[in-house]
Design a protein around this ligand. Structure first.
Ligand SMILES: Nc1nc2c(c(=O)[nH]1)N[C@H]1C(S)=C(S)[C@@H](COP(=O)(O)OP(=O)(O)OC[C@H]3O[C@@H](n4cnc5c(=O)[nH]c(N)nc54)[C@H](O)[C@@H]3O)O[C@H]1N2
Ligand SMILES: Nc1nc2c(c(=O)[nH]1)N[C@H]1C(S)=C(S)[C@@H](COP(=O)(O)OP(=O)(O)OC[C@H]3O[C@@H](n4cnc5c(=O)[nH]c(N)nc54)[C@H](O)[C@@H]3O)O[C@H]1N2
Ligand code: SF4
Ligand SMILES: [Mo]
Length: 681
């Protein structure tokens, strides 16, 4: 859109966020003057969230914050002393170091770690082709975020990325939000989709966050006790004759296997296990079962030692009440929007046609939970290649990770837009272009909608998009497979063609977004699930073959022993994981790191609001400002994740205390099972 010297470009926010906002970038005389929300976009209908409004007009466009040139470390690891070098020098050095390791030890000792620094399809997926071709070990990205839930839902539904189309909720009477916090993590979904809905909203969460406070019913469950809660709700549903026997007969496997356990799980028993009053369990169960209802399981819910079992237990509710596959119903964890339209596997990481001339074996993977320890071993990890993530801020066992990254014999390369804590430990730092600086495609993971990421300006300094960095590195390594050099526009066009939205790139840019279909899609309407039996498998032989119980179990975690507290550290409303943590305005909005404690616990420990307190466990000690508040139940503390360690008084964030204990499925994080003591020095 053009008027006078002013041009407005429609683009999309590629952050790892449910909202998938539309952005309007205002250019004056070819220069970006403002990054704002697209007022016409159905998700955000105007302003961006506070954090992105600040950071996209702050650190992301500030030459003093961004990485501008390739750099080589000149001082001690972590010290922050670097010299500018050329791209040729940087990539020659990376290529020769990697080749040396491949020749002497095999590519498996090159480990690459990545996640969702950008979720745009090419910048988020394409570099994987390079590493797959190289034969590097992949540090399983999801194990730091959401893998337990994926594994659990794959057993039950045969997919964990086919949820519901949020537009179908227009016909719902009940929306159950379980272990998600839209008020922080999906601010526009919270403001529009949830609050404008006529459905009754139930929130199940230990924390009375803003969404919970605004809900019709908040069940303030004790952390890690949700499987017991699901069984107690199923008990009420069964007792009150709200089971959909027809749906079970046609589409569900395992009802008879779990029903004896359900019979034992009375609401009173549920109250003892979970801390939720029996009357609220009854009310929630009836409201949900009467339906039509949608259920949203958050990623926070499964970051528990029993996270997989919890996810399997929750699926009993839609399966036994038939709240799935019909308008107004559905169960959602994440939508692979692009994959729902396209055939599976059609991502820029794996392009079957292109790779066919040089098919790469599936990569060897290790869990993020094992990496802090593996980083100590010079024979296991010889090169650590970091792109789209910031392990020193976000990963468990921060002190051990830092020690590993300090190894002189470890060759570390970090590709990022900013000089993060992790980048300071790199031998070579490579500057990544931002979302404002190259074209790509975004696929929302809540709405079934795609968006265009449109180049608005030249990359800052000599920064390059991830995909171009890895094309150049592939050339330096002497690779020739055509898949490694594919052109961006060709990939965008191919994705658009496959995804079913029926738009060209030009049309998408013009409009700013496209739904996969004009009418709401009813996912799973055919009742044909991609499990071995074709049914929803509450009883799963596949799970049993993997050494897990046949069915979910009504488990609840033991409460911490006296003197110990459960520490939750979910998403911070001011940050996007650690992204934006270096923006001056965002840091002012965040203030000091706080920890919330229940008034009774505070009284017993002689703690008042504003006191400095120390949290400790085997990972170390770290201080916070206390906030006495009954938003948390007794025995539970709340802080938030991913502040930049380098800006904290102790040089560490909450992940110092994050013990890399694995969840029951997927070798994933159980960060919300962390236990600590609290003292007032
Ligand atoms: N205590 C605690 N810790 C947690 C969690 C928790 O709940 N509690 N949650 C976990 C979860 S859910 C997640 S997803 C992880 C997230 O952890 P990370 O994946 O480490 O996410 P970020 O910290 O935001 O790091 C993303 C990095 O990518 C960079 N980046 C952005 N765009 C680009 C680009 O185009 N190219 C390149 N190369 N880099 C780019 C950003 O500048 C940023 O430094 O943290 C986990 N850590
Ligand atoms: N502002 C902002 N938005 C973000 C992010 C961010 O860092 N900041 N991160 C993005 C990413 S990578 C992700 S994965 C998503 C995560 O978004 P969500 O899916 O909302 O997950 P979290 O915020 O980690 O945690 C959600 C809730 O889980 C609750 N919880 C913890 N343990 C339990 C439990 O045992 N039972 C129940 N019922 N609830 C529990 C926490 O109290 C918290 O309120 O958000 C994305 N959006
Ligand atoms: S981070 Fe989320 S809420 Fe913020 S602008 Fe991006 S998509 Fe919107
Ligand atoms: Mo995440």
């Amino acid at each position: 859109m053009e008027s006078g010297g002013k041009v407005t470009v429609n683009t999309a926010c590629p952050r790892d966020c449910y909202d998938g906002c539309g952005i309007s970038v205002v250019l004056r005389d070819g220069e970006i003057s403002r990054v704002a929300g697209n007022p016409d976009h159905p998700s955000n209908r105007g302003p961006l969230c506070g954090k992105c409004s600040a950071a996209y007009n702050g650190a992301w466009r500030d030459e003093n914050s961004r990485l501008l040139f390739p750099m080589r470390r000149t001082g001690a690891k972590g010290g922050g002393a670097f010299e500018r070098i050329t791209w040729d020098e940087a990539l020659d050095e990376v290529a020769s170091r990697l080749q040396g390791i491949v020749d002497a030890h095999g590519a498996g000792s090159i480990h690459h770690t990545h996640y969702t620094g950008t979720c745009s399809m090419i910048a988020g997926g394409f570099p994987g082709r390079f590493f797959d071709h190289l034969g590097a070990t992949e540090i399983d990205p999801d194990t730091v975020c959401n893998k337990a839930g994926h594994v659990a839902w794959d057993y039950v539904f045969g997919s964990s990325v086919n949820g519901f189309d949020p537009r179908t909720a227009a016909g719902s009477n009940c929306i159950l939000v379980w272990g998600a916090n839209p008020s922080a993590c999906a601010p526009h979904v919270d403001r529009y989709w949830l609050r404008e809905s006529k459905a009754k909203v139930i929130v199940i969460d230990p924390v009375r966050h803003e969404t919970a406070a605004n809900a019709d019913l908040h069940l303030q469950v004790r952390p890690g006790s949700d499987a017991a809660l699901a069984f107690a709700m199923a008990h009420v549903i069964e007792r009150d004759g709200l089971i959909d026997r027809g749906y079970i007969r046609d589409h569900v496997l395992g009802y008879d296997d779990v029903s004896p356990a359900i019979a034992d799980c009375t609401p009173q028993w549920g109250e003892e296990c979970t801390g939720v009053p029996a009357a609220d369990i009854e009310r929630a169960a009836r409201l949900y079962a009467e339906g039509p209802s949608v259920m949203w399981l958050g990623q926070g819910l499964q970051r528990q030692t029993g996270g997989g079992n919890i996810f399997r237990a929750c699926t009993m509710l839609p399966a036994f009440t038939g709240n799935i596959g019909k308008p107004g119903t559905g169960a959602y964890y994440l939508n692979d929007t692009y994959g729902i339209g396209a055939r599976r596997g059609a991502s820029p990481r794996f392009e079957a046609d292109d790779a066919s001339d040089d098919a790469d074996a599936p990569p060897q993977t290790v869990s993020q939970m094992d990496v802090p320890q593996l980083l100590q071993d010079p024979d296991t990890i010889r090169a650590y290649m970091v792109w789209n993530c910031n392990p020193l801020a976000s990963n468990p066992a921060q002190a051990l990770t830092r020690r590993g990254l300090s190894r002189d014999d470890l060759f570390t390369v970090v590709v990022d837009c900013f000089m993060t804590d992790t980048a300071r430990y790199a031998d070579i730092v490579l500057p990544a272009a931002s979302f404002l600086e190259f074209d790509d495609l975004c696929a929302n993971y809540f709405q079934l909608m795609i968006g265009p990421q449109v180049k608005c300006t030249e990359p800052m300094g000599e920064a390059l998009p991830n995909q171009e960095i890895f094309r150049r590195l592939a050339r330096k390594m002497g690779f020739t497979a055509p898949a490694l050099f594919k052109d961006d526009q060709a990939m965008i066009d191919a994705m658009l063609e496959k995804c079913g939205a029926g738009v060209t790139w030009e049309e998408l840019k013009e409009n700013g977004w496209a739904y996969l279909s004009e009418e709401p899609m009813v996912l799973w309407a055919d009742g044909d699930f991609a499990t071995p039996s074709g049914r929803i498998e509450i009883a799963s032989e596949s799970a049993r073959a993997d050494g897990l119980p046949l069915t979910p179990r009504p488990d609840a975690d033991q409460q911490p022993e006296s003197g110990s507290f459960r520490l939750l550290s979910p998403a911070d409303k001011h940050l996007m994981n650690s992204s934006h943590g270096n923006d001056a305005h965002v840091r002012t909005m965040m203030g000091d790191a706080h920890v919330a404690i229940h008034p009774e616990d505070a009284r017993e420990n002689g703690i008042g609001s504003g006191d400095r307190v120390t949290l400790s466990n085997s990972g170390g000690d770290i201080s916070f400002t206390a906030q006495v508040d009954d938003i948390v139940p007794r025995g539970t503390l709340l802080t938030h994740k991913s502040r930049w360690p380098m800006w904290e008084p102790s040089g560490a964030n909450v992940n110092l205390l994050h013990v890399p204990q694995k969840s029951d499925m997927g070798q994933s994080t159980s960060v919300h099972s962390t236990e600590v003591s609290i003292t007032k020095p």
